[in-house]
Design a protein around this ligand. Structure first.
Ligand SMILES: [Cu+2]
Length: 293
C-alpha cells in the first residue's frame, strides 16, 4: 500500500514537472510592454539528461530558473534601421556572473530576434566579453514589438533559452497574420525546399525533413555546406513567440538533398519553423508555418 502511494506521488511530481512548458507561455501575455522581465524555457521532454547526437542536455526547469538574464539596449528609445547594441548579462540569483558556457553548434550563444507577427527573423551570434556578458550590434527593421531569445548552455547546467520583449519606437506597420501554409514547398534563392514530417502531432518526438532541389532543373541539391557545424539550423517558435523549441539535427554530416532534424511540439497549435542552410558560402532561410494537430 505504501509503495503504491509513493509511486502515485512520484507520478504526480513528474507530471507537474513536465506538464508545463517552462515559464514561457505566461510570458507571451506581457508582449505589450518593454518590461524588464525575462522568462526561461526548457524542453521538458528531454529532462533526465538525455542527449542526442552529442547535443548538450536541456537544463531542468529549476536549474534554468536560477540563472537570470538581463537584456539592455544601448538606447531606451531604439528606432528602426539604426545600429543598436544589445547586451545580455547572465547572473545567478545572488547576482554573481555566470562565466562558463559550453559551445553548441560552434557558438557560445545563439541569438534570435523575431517580430511579434513572426514575419521578421534574425539569427545572430553575440560576442562573449567575459564575466557573463555578451554583446551584439544589430538593427531592427521597423517599429513595434520584438522578442529577443538567447540560447545558451551554462557549463554543468544544460541548454536553456532566455527571452525578452522590447519595443522599437515609431509607427508600427500592420501585423501580418500567421497562417498555416497550404503547401510545404517553398522556393528560396533558387532552391525548391519541401518540408515533411514522419508524423505531425503534439507531445511526441518527430522528424522534420527538408528536401532540397534546384528550382529550375529539379535536380537534388547535394552540395549543402556545414552551417554551424551541422547540415543546417532549425528554429521553431509557437504562434505568439512564447515558446522556443530545441531542435536537433539527426545527420549532422549530410550535404543534401535531405536535411533531417528532430523536435517535439509541446502542444497542438500554430508554429513557425525556419530552416537555415548554406550553399556556395551563402546562408539561406526557409520559413514554414504549420498547424500541429
Ligand atoms: Cu546561432
Amino acid at each position: 500500500m505504501k509503495k503504491i502511494a509513493i509511486a502515485l506521488l512520484l507520478t504526480a511530481v513528474f507530471l507537474t514537472a513536465c506538464g508545463k512548458s517552462g515559464g514561457s507561455m505566461d510570458h507571451a501575455m506581457e508582449g505589450g510592454t518593454s518590461g524588464t522581465t525575462e522568462s526561461t524555457s526548457t524542453n521538458h521532454n528531454e529532462m533526465g539528461g538525455m542527449d542526442h547526437k552529442g547535443m548538450p542536455a536541456v537544463a531542468d526547469k529549476a536549474e534554468a530558473e536560477r540563472i537570470q538574464a538581463a537584456f539592455t539596449l544601448s538606447t531606451d528609445k531604439t528606432k528602426p534601421n539604426q545600429d543598436t547594441t544589445i547586451t545580455i548579462h547572465l547572473k545567478d540569483k545572488d547576482g554573481m556572473p555566470i562565466e562558463k558556457f559550453d559551445r553548441q553548434h560552434e557558438k557560445l550563444m545563439h541569438f534570435i530576434i523575431v517580430s511579434k507577427d513572426l514575419s521578421f527573423f534574425n539569427h545572430i551570434h553575440p560576442d562573449y566579453k567575459g564575466k557573463g556578458e555578451f554583446t551584439v550590434t544589430t538593427q531592427f527593421p521597423s517599429a513595434g514589438e520584438f522578442e529577443l531569445i538567447a540560447d545558451i548552455v551554462p557549463t554543468g547546467v544544460g541548454a536553456m533559452s532566455k527571452k525578452k520583449w522590447v519595443t522599437i519606437q515609431g509607427s508600427v506597420p500592420a501585423q501580418q497574420a500567421i497562417i498555416p501554409d497550404t503547401s510545404l514547398t517553398k522556393t528560396v534563392d533558387g532552391k525548391e525546399v519541401t518540408l515533411s514530417f514522419d508524423h505531425l502531432m503534439a507531445g511526441m518526438e518527430l522528424n522534420l525533413t527538408f528536401n532540397m532541389k534546384d528550382a529550375q532543373t529539379k535536380d537534388p541539391v547535394t552540395d549543402l555546406e556545414p552551417f554551424l557545424g551541422a547540415v543546417g539550423h532549425v528554429v521553431i517558435l509557437n504562434q505568439d513567440a512564447g515558446e522556443y523549441l530545441h531542435v536537433h539535427p539527426l545527420e549532422e554530416k549530410a550535404s543534401g538533398p535531405d536535411a533531417k532534424f528532430m523536435a517535439t511540439f509541446p502542444h497542438s497549435g500554430i508554429f513557425k519553423i525556419w530552416g537555415q542552410f548554406k550553399q556556395n558560402g551563402k546562408v539561406f532561410t526557409v520559413p514554414f508555418v504549420v498547424k500541429v494537430p
